[in-house]
Design a protein around this ligand. Structure first.
Ligand code: IMP
Length: 198
């Protein structure tokens, strides 16, 4: 089965297609099926926003759609940027948002910079059935970026489990422990449980 990814982010596509291919699912971007949907993420949770995005793209394409809504929650900032991670500070680049995050944490000492990435996955089929899952990954925000891989806040997110930042990790290493990797594995189980007759 082909799933349309409700995202224009090729990084997310790469992270998702490796894992979903295990179910024989092929993931394509909206642009590959001629759909360009701008969904207003009005939900207050990652799960709500993932469902909003997947449902909108399913309706526009007539095909099964999958969405990931994800973000970074920093304890010292009361869980910010959270669902606003992609729009943090109303800034328009990963570098600017990361610099803004580091600026907001300037006075926060090492040991108090705990954070987690959270990912909610939602898939909506044309008959209205949904499959959802969630995953998270614990880490700490460094004082300066490290590494060149990945995207978003990866260079400042240090993962004790890996001994490096997400941006220093190879794609497979990141997938093995990341919020999205974990959400996708939970999604595999939920899919098999709910749709095994398909
Ligand atoms: P979304 O595309 O609306 O889900 O926004 C997610 C935002 O959270 C992205 O723009 C990134 O800033 C951040 N984010 C989510 N997942 C990751 C990740 O794996 N690495 C780094 N940043 C991420």
């Amino acid at each position: 089965m082909k799933l349309v990814l409700a995202s224009k982010n090729p990084h997310k596509l790469r992270e998702m297609e490796t894992i979903l291919s295990q179910l024989g699912l092929e993931v394509v971007l909206e642009s590959d099926v001629g759909v360009d949907v701008d969904v207003e993420e009005t939900g207050t949770t990652f799960a709500e926003n993932a469902l909003l995005k997947a449902r909108a793209v399913m309706e526009a394409s007539g095909m099964a759609a999958i969405a990931d809504d994800s973000g970074l929650m920093v304890d010292a900032l009361g869980g910010a940027p959270g669902v606003y991670s992609a729009r943090y500070g109303h800034l328009d680049s990963d570098q600017a948002r990361t610099a803004y995050l580091l600026h907001n944490l300037e006075q926060v000492p090492a040991g108090e910079r705990s954070a987690r990435f959270v990912s909610a996955i939602a898939c909506v089929l044309p008959d209205g059935r949904t499959v959802t899952a969630q995953g998270s990954c614990e880490g700490e925000i460094l004082f300066a970026p490290r590494g060149e891989n990945g995207f978003g806040y990866d260079p400042v997110f240090y993962v004790p489990e890996l001994g490096k930042t997400f941006a220093e990790a190879a794609p497979d290493e990141k997938n093995a422990v990341s919020h999205r990797g974990r959400a996708l594995h939970a999604f595999l189980s939920a899919w098999k449980e709910n749709l095994h007759a398909e």
